[in-house]
Design a protein around this ligand. Structure first.
Ligand code: GLN
Length: 483
């Protein structure tokens, strides 16, 4: 039998149900792994060892009493440091929020706790989720579990490493332009960005509110489905959540034994023929496409225009929203405050000291793009192109059921390699951002391993059709496992 921290949520559930393992044993196994590895990897900003063990005890008691709450009852998970957990520090990886204590629970985390999940701790991230490497954390970078000289991707790099290095059974990340999928791809795990509006953003520290979405990061497709099933749903505290029919895990289970006959998969030529994709990425993702085809899916080349424009649109809309959202950090209401200065100086000095370079760069960009005289040329124009990108997806989805691309153009890069070259860092997001701009769901899943760094394939679905995304991913996962 595998060590308890190395199994999936689905496997752990079985062991719990059969009485072979307890939540306390699962939790202890994860805590031991954190203790032995996290000094080197720095996936966690804080570990709640005592609370986690107490929650595990309560879960075991519920099981003894026959009151199991859900499929997640007793399962140890980690959360990204931008989701509020009442009474605990929450910093969004920023110095400006050092020591900030959450006054209430975010909806997603509350739903996990109500399902009985055990929260192990909060994970490292790029400051306010801005970045693709987790190097922009004010608390130091997270390292790739296979090569500590490399980055794990970002901004949810802490959650990705916590899962990939078996320090937890699953984790939550947030994705504004790829921050769940890109680190999942680089670390060889599964990362799902749900449809915009599927999961409540209440209590998630806002980066770009019209694009942000919380989602699962896991070791298999089924685990992603279990977490999505738990955290999804309309929330009166988030007006952008949808009353669309929830994702039903049973849909996945009933379709899992079928192959992919009848499924039409679109391969956008703008993605697959793009220059600059690393050869290892191309080889491995193409091998995965062959498996999808073997499983019966019909592959068609499609036109998905505005692929290049999507990156530009994202890097206008996102900083505009960032500049507005981060205006609340003024040294008065939250976190760091420079003392003894006149009012304006207090604002300016608190922000200057509290924010890192990347965050300031984006606030400046956004403030500029929204300023009178420029708003039409930048923000309004980007909103128009966003509508065109949505239409391009709509047209594509009239023809196909899924769209598939590589998740990232390259595998994990070296620490420091792109830190001083923001544009190179932004190019990491070329295949992921249009998904947020359009609001559709997408998963990144690991392809065949070639002994080196992991490679991810991205499966993009129609609005609120996570069921098809996850079903296809599950079939591909089992085909790849046979090799
Ligand atoms: N890498 C992207 C950025 O820096 C995505 C961030 C995210 O999804 N939170 O904006």
């Amino acid at each position: 039998m595998k060590p308890l921290n190395e199994i999936t949520i689905a496997e752990a559930r079985k062991l719990l149900d059969e009485g072979v393992a307890t939540s306390k044993e699962l939790t202890q196994a994860c805590l031991t792994q954190i203790q032995s590895l996290d000094g080197a990897l720095h996936a966690f900003l804080e570990v709640y060892a005592d609370d986690a063990l107490a929650a595990a005890d309560q879960s075991d008691q519920r099981r003894t009493d026959g009151n199991v709450l859900s499929k997640l009852d007793g399962i140890p998970v980690a959360i990204k440091d931008n989701m509020l957990l009442q009474g605990k520090a929450c910093t969004a990886g920023s110095k400006i929020l050092q020591g900030h204590i959450a006054a209430y629970n975010s909806t997603a985390v509350r739903k996990l706790m109500e399902a009985g999940a055990v929260i192990l701790g909060r994970t490292n991230m790029d400051e306010f989720a801005m970045g693709s490497s987790t190097e922009h954390s004010a608390y130091g970078p997270t390292k790739h579990p296979r090569d500590p000289e490399r980055v794990p991707g970002g901004s949810s790099g802490g959650s990705a490493v916590a899962v990939a290095a078996n320090m937890c059974l699953g984790a939550l990340g947030s994705d504004t332009g790829g921050s769940i999928r890109q680190p999942a791809s680089m670390c060889g795990i599964f990362g799902l960005k749900p449809t915009y509006g599927r999961v409540s953003r209440y209590g998630l520290m806002a980066m770009a509110s019209s694009l942000d979405q919380i989602g699962p990061m896991t070791k298999c497709v089924e685990d992603a489905a279990i977490i999505l099933d738990t955290i999804q749903g309309q929330d009166p505290s988030d007006q952008t959540t949808s009353d669309t029919e929830p994702f039903r895990i049973s849909k996945l289970e009933s379709r899992s034994s079928n192959d992919l006959k009848g499924l039409k998969i679109g391969l956008p030529k703008q993605a697959w023929q793009a220059g600059g994709i690393e050869s290892r990425v191309l080889e491995n993702t193409k091998a995965a496409l062959a498996e999808l085809e073997k499983a019966g899916a019909e592959m068609v080349e499609i036109d998905l225009p505005y692929a290049d424009e999507a990156l530009a649109v994202y890097y206008i809309l996102m900083p505009c929203e960032v500049s507005a959202n981060l205006a609340r950090f003024d040294g008065m209401r939250y976190g760091l405050r420079k003392q003894g200065l006149p009012l304006f100086e207090t604002y300016a000095q608190s922000r200057a000291e509290g924010f890192g370079d990347e965050v300031m760069r984006r606030i400046l960009l956004g403030t500029f793009a929204l300023s009178s005289g420029y708003i039409d040329a930048y923000y309004v124009c980007a909103k128009k192109v966003q509508a065109l990108i949505r239409q391009a997806y709509e047209r594509a989805f009239n023809e196909v059921d899924l769209i598939v691309t590589p998740t990232c153009p390259a595998t994990a890069f070296r620490l420091g390699e792109k830190l001083n070259d923001p544009l190179a860092m932004y190019l990491e997001d070329v295949f992921t951002v249009s998904v947020n701009v359009a609001g559709v769901p997408a998963i990144s899943m690991p392809c065949q391993e070639d002994g080196g760094m992991p490679v991810g394939l991205q499966l993009i679905g129609k609005w609120f059709d996570e069921a098809t995304v996850l079903s296809a991913a599950k079939v591909l996962e089992s085909e790849l496992a046979k090799q």
